[in-house]
Design a protein around this ligand. Structure first.
Ligand SMILES: CC(C)(COP(=O)(O)OP(=O)(O)OC[C@H]1O[C@@H](n2cnc3c(N)ncnc32)[C@H](O)[C@@H]1OP(=O)(O)O)[C@@H](O)C(=O)NCCC(=O)NCCS
Length: 153
């Protein structure tokens, strides 16, 4: 069965896992991250660190939801990506809901993230969850304009 589980420290991923995560970003977002960049992301072991895995084959990673605590009341989603074969099946909504439920228990009341301006689908996903575009990012993405989105949870 495929489901989200709490991920480990990013430093502990094997080379194989890192290259599968690297492939996820490349294929589904077009962004190129080297394994060392992924390994260095400051994502703690908490329910804002979710990986989508098959319990029969836990080394294969089909999605990541990585979030950190930005300040006392705000979390920042650093990465959110799901393998195309598993998109549109509710996994994205489930990761979001799992995190939001947990974040509220920590008195986190806002989420912030960055998204490519041409990623209409993701922008609408976030808008339906109460986030609004609050700023533009000119030199953030290799592929052009980005937006900062923020909202209450
Ligand atoms: C954005 C993403 C994380 C969403 O996860 P998902 O598992 O595909 O989403 P879900 O199956 O939970 O569906 C989410 C919503 O999108 C809707 N949806 C599904 N397919 C859609 C499509 N082709 N176009 C527009 N909306 C669509 C669903 O009806 C659902 O509606 P809701 O928000 O009212 O619940 C995932 O699609 C993804 O990894 N995309 C590529 C990477 C990316 O863009 N990441 C975000 C970077 S900031």
């Amino acid at each position: 069965m495929i489901d989200w589980v709490t991920g480990p420290s990013l430093k502990s991923f094997s080379e194989t896992q890192l290259s599968s995560i690297q492939g996820l970003f490349k294929n589904e977002t077009g962004e190129h991250y080297i394994p060392d960049t992924i390994r260095a992301l400051p994502i703690p072991i908490w329910k804002g660190n979710l990986i989508l895995v098959d319990e029969d084959s836990p080394t294969d990673i089909y999605g990541v939801f990585w979030c950190l605590r930005f300040n006392e009341k705000r979390a920042r989603v650093v990465a959110f990506v799901i393998n195309k074969n598993f998109q549109n099946q509710g996994f994205g909504s489930r990761a979001w809901d799992l995190f939001v439920m947990y974040a509220r228990t920590l008195f986190i009341s806002e989420i912030q993230l960055e998204v490519r301006a041409n990623n209409q689908r993701a922008i609408e996903f976030y808008q339906r969850r109460g986030l609004k575009i609050i700023g533009k990012l000119e030199n953030y993405y290799s592929s052009g304009l980005g937006y900062v989105m923020q909202g209450k949870i």
